[in-house]
Design a protein around this ligand. Sequence first.
Ligand code: ZN
Length: 62
Amino acid sequence: MSGAVWDAGRCWRCEADDVPVIWLGPVQTQEHGAGPFAACEPCIRRLEQLVETHHMQADRSA
Ligand SMILES: [Zn+2]
């Protein structure tokens, strides 16, 4: 995660407060529009695994 900017805040995945988080991108909701999706280090590690799995499955179906 080189170049990522860590900031103290709330993790939008596990809802831990006042932890180092990285902004991952806008999240789009049905009722309230876009929000800043940020996640803490353990959650980012898990998201990395999910994204990796997603791409592996996409590669297989191609
Ligand atoms: Zn988290």
